[in-house]
Design a protein around this ligand. Structure first.
Ligand SMILES: Cc1cc2nc3c(=O)[nH]c(=O)nc-3n(C[C@H](O)[C@H](O)[C@H](O)COP(=O)(O)OP(=O)(O)OC[C@H]3O[C@@H](n4cnc5c(N)ncnc54)[C@H](O)[C@@H]3O)c2cc1C
Length: 428
């Protein structure tokens, strides 16, 4: 059995940013089930939202709540927006270089944002931020990054989280920790068609459910309007919302526009779904041709290259798109310090439900949520560690069955959203 002060399960942006914000004298272990780059953070293209200035605070809060159908936690949204700039500044201080326009940032726009307030690194925002956080974590003596180690269970006794069970290859072990942080991401891998890295299968949520830890809004699943259509049903390549933000339009197979492209995601997704069904087609088109070759190649190099590899030149061709599972608004219920209903267990990033997104996440608010609430978690962990008398916890090895975990989550989602029966891998 290993021991550490803090174990963080997940090395996406939320896991790494939590680790970096914990004070240097605390021993932190971060585990990832596959390589570090195998996460949804790495795939994020469009960007990260931030309040432009004090005049934008109220407007940004309103945009977030309007997109979320006013089912958001107002307390959490206030924190998200008000603490956005300080966390972006911290990212810049750590070494992230956002695209600039002269001396100012090159803010872009996405659906349901009333103004341009999204920072980006071309269309590789997640990869760049993740790269900077990874090298920062590697440079810290108190942080150990351990790849290809899977959490198979939480160790919970009398509602106290005492650590985790792990598996690496055939070797099973346990990690005892004063504090456990789940940063295991979303649920895309349990859907037949998703924009997510399919290794991300909701394991953190499933294990938390098994232990009776409080969950919230598991029925609130976001389908992204514009995943690239390919004749396969697994991980679909995303055409970022920022392509529409920069002026691309949606047209049906008769060449007609059918929706305001910058409405919230759920609205655009429903319109596309209706169009596809009405026309008995498999996709509609995104048309970016009028944005110009130089602009498209410079602003969206990854999307240009990935589409070209699939025989679509976005500067000349229409892009066939359809909606695909993208994000889950719900997850492990946490408070504004990211603490869950089990003592000494935190949840950050997509696995958590802070309540900021309500029914439907506003574009580019996920990376921001990951930063703001991971930072808050790290501060609270510092306070809690000082209070804990750690020797009293004793850990017993628990038995574990991985397939049961996944089924628990799928059954729970189905009990809330029977309409998703055909979308989920119910028989695997
Ligand atoms: C294609 C795409 C584009 C996106 N674009 C944007 C965008 O532009 N802006 C935005 O705000 N959001 C965007 N999102 C959403 C955003 O990227 C994610 O919500 C966010 O990155 C989640 O971060 P995370 O740290 O919570 O999880 P992830 O980055 O998904 O990391 C999860 C981590 O958990 C680990 N893990 C999972 N299960 C286990 C286990 N059992 N044991 C050990 N480790 C485990 C994984 O190995 C991984 O390291 C996008 C999402 C996708 C899929």
């Amino acid at each position: 059995m290993m021991h550490t002060d803090v174990v963080i399960v997940g090395g996406g942006i939320s896991g790494l940013y939590t680790a970096l914000n914990i004070q240097d004298n605390v021993k932190v272990l971060v585990i990832t089930k596959e390589e570090l780059s195998c996460c949804n953070s790495y795939l994020a293209q469009g960007g990260i939202s931030v309040a432009r200035d004090s005049n934008d605070i109220q407007r940004f809060i309103e945009d977030t709540c309007r997109a979320g159908g006013y089912n958001n936690s107002l307390e959490a949204v206030n924190i998200l927006v008000k603490e956005s700039r300080q966390n972006i500044n911290r990212l810049i201080q750590l070494g992230v270089k956002f695209d600039m326009d002269g001396n100012d940032f090159n803010y872009t726009k996405e659906g349901a944002h009333r103004i341009n307030r999204i920072l980006h690194c071309k269309d590789r925002t997640g990869e760049i931020i993740h790269g900077v956080l990874t090298s920062q974590c590697k440079s810290k003596k108190n942080i150990t990054l351990s790849e290809n180690v899977t959490m198979t269970d939480l160790i919970v006794k009398n509602n106290q989280c005492l650590g985790i069970q792990i598996k690496s290859g055939d070797v099973e072990d346990s990690v005892s920790a004063h504090i456990t942080v789940l940063a295991t991401g979303g649920v895309g891998g349990i859907f037949k068609s998703t924009t997510n890295n399919t290794a991300i299968k909701g394991e953190g949520m499933a294990i938390a459910l098994k232990h009776g830890i409080e969950m919230k809004d598991l029925d609130k699943i976001q389908f992204h309007p514009t995943a690239l259509y390919e004749n396969s049903e697994k991980q679909r390549f995303l055409i970022s919302e920022s392509v529409r933000g920069e002026g691309a339009i949606l047209i049906n197979n008769k060449g007609e526009r059918f929706i305001d492209e910058l409405k919230p995601r759920d609205v655009v997704t429903k319109a596309i779904d209706k169009e596809i069904k009405n026309n008995n087609s498999k996709y509609v088109y995104l048309d970016a041709r009028h944005l110009g070759k130089t602009f498209l190649i410079n602003r969206f190099p990854t999307i240009y290259k990935e589409c070209l590899n699939r025989g679509i030149d976005i500067t000349k061709d229409l892009i066939p798109i359809l909606p695909a599972q993208h994000y889950i608004m719900g997850g492990i219920k946490v408070d504004t310090k990211a603490t869950s209903s089990a003592n000494n267990l935190y949840a950050v990033g997509e696995v958590s439900c802070t309540g900021v997104h309500g029914n439907n996440r506003l574009a580019s608010n996920s990376l921001l949520e990951s930063l703001v609430f991971s930072h808050r978690a790290a501060i609270d962990i510092g306070i809690k560690l000082r209070k804990l008398n750690c020797d009293k916890y004793k850990i017993k090895k628990l038995s574990f069955n991985q397939s049961d975990n996944k089924d628990i989550l799928i059954n729970k989602i189905l009990s809330l959203r029977g309409d998703l029966k055909d979308e989920l891998y119910t028989n695997r």
